[in-house]
Design a binder for this molecule. Structure first.
Ligand code: SF4
Length: 383
């Protein structure tokens, strides 16, 4: 059942009145990827700073045969801005209740899965188990349930995490500026919100119910997080939901415009592809194969050379090892997408999606070093 116009706001959803969404949608709507030629791509690679047209050229079909050239240019940008550092982190799912009905996700409200919310004692046990492994950065995740994982619950978890970790990031339901401020004051300083797809017409049927239906509220999340005091904001489209060229272009442009509007913000990008879920083993990323994903990653790096780029364990180990140091600057390790899997004795809620790289921290660090790079547990301290 559709509860609201997906281009409107629900009650109590803050509207910043920001014009960035219209800018992104207008610009992306004008882009015809078929007009770019190999000459445009080579020109884009030769530029010191790249325009949105250069970015689109690198995402276009004309760039596909030039992937080696894209990779070389992208690696030079990565080295120039990040040296040999590769940051490590691990996610912690503290609850898998969700009130939304995303058609592609194992946590969707209408899926009959084992739901679970960790108690404060359970969260402490999980955090200590992760900290004992040597991690200094943790990413706290929940489903999007105002009832079971509201801001107060998440803030308590953040306070616990901030006592054990130097950096605490969040992937939770989008909230208003005041709630982001509360979470920042509790010790979080990074927020990622994925738009899933930037095509409003595709977004509509993929999100038939729940407050996530509001496309513009989700779009403004990073701005609210920054206004609430967060240092770092992450962007991403779930690749495979709609046309990947358009979604990748919109993701990069969105991040770039937020960076221009909030110059102190740290920008990060993720490139998740659709994965099979507990509710549907047939879900996949359709035409986004590894080659296309690599092209997207290179285009992101070339357009936003300073942005942190994360490649998650949705991707297989061999692919992750190859993109480390070329484009990726941040990788996860020791990942479970279930609730309460790190500490012994905790029962586990069902997982959000299947992971492809199950290596632990030591194995991922060894793979990083094997490429002549340096695993880094943290490069920032919240003061
Ligand atoms: S994608 Fe997020 S909001 Fe949608 S059902 Fe899954 S956990 Fe809930």
């Amino acid at each position: 059942m559709r509860h609201t116009d997906h281009m409107g706001f629900y009650p109590r959803q803050e509207d910043l009145g920001s014009g960035l969404m219209d800018q992104v949608l207008d610009r992306v709507g004008q882009t015809d990827f078929s007009v770019f030629t190999s000459r445009d791509v080579k020109a884009a690679l030769s530029h010191r700073t790249r325009t949105i047209d250069d970015f689109a050229a690198c995402l276009s079909p004309a760039a596909a045969p030039l992937l080696e050239d894209l990779a070389g240019a992208a690696q030079r940008e990565t080295r120039a801005h990040f040296g040999t550092s590769i940051q490590l982190f691990t996610p912690l799912y503290i609850a898998n209740y969700c009130a939304n009905l995303c058609t592609y996700c194992g946590f969707a409200a209408d899926n009959r899965i084992h739901r679970m919310r960790l108690t404060p004692e359970g969260i402490e046990a999980e955090l200590r188990a992760i900290a004992d492994l040597g991690f200094e950065e943790v990413l706290i995740l929940t489903g999007e349930s105002p009832k079971f994982s509201n801001t107060a619950y998440i803030a308590d978890a953040v306070r616990q995490a901030a006592r054990l970790f130097r950096t605490v990031g969040l992937e939770i339901q989008p909230v208003n500026t005041d709630d982001y401020r509360l979470l920042h004051d509790a010790g979080a300083d990074a927020v990622s919100v994925y738009q899933e797809t930037y095509n409003p017409d595709a977004y509509d049927p993929l999100h038939p119910g729940g407050r996530k239906r509001s496309f513009p509220y989700r779009f403004q999340s990073q701005e609210r997080a920054l206004r609430g005091g967060m240092r770092s904001v992450g962007f991403g489209a779930l690749l495979g939901l709609d046309d990947w060229h358009t979604d990748a272009l919109a993701t990069g442009l969105h991040a770039s415009l937020v960076q221009q509007a909030y110059p102190a913000a740290e920008i990060s990008l993720s490139c998740p592809r659709l994965r099979p879920t507990v509710a549907d083993a047939t879900v996949n990323a359709r035409d986004v194969h590894e080659r296309q994903l690599f092209q997207i990653l290179c285009a992101y790096r070339l357009f936003l050379p300073y942005a942190s780029i994360t490649v998650s364990t949705r991707e297989r180990a061999g692919f992750r090892d190859n993109v480390i140091g070329v484009v990726a600057t941040k990788v996860s390790a020791g990942v479970s997408t279930g609730v309460g899997d790190h500490a012994e004795g905790l029962s586990s809620g069902d997982e959000q999606f299947e992971i492809a790289d199950g290596r632990d921290l030591a194995q991922v660090c060894a793979a990083v070093r094997a490429r002549g790079l340096e695993p880094v547990m943290n490069d920032h301290v919240l003061v």
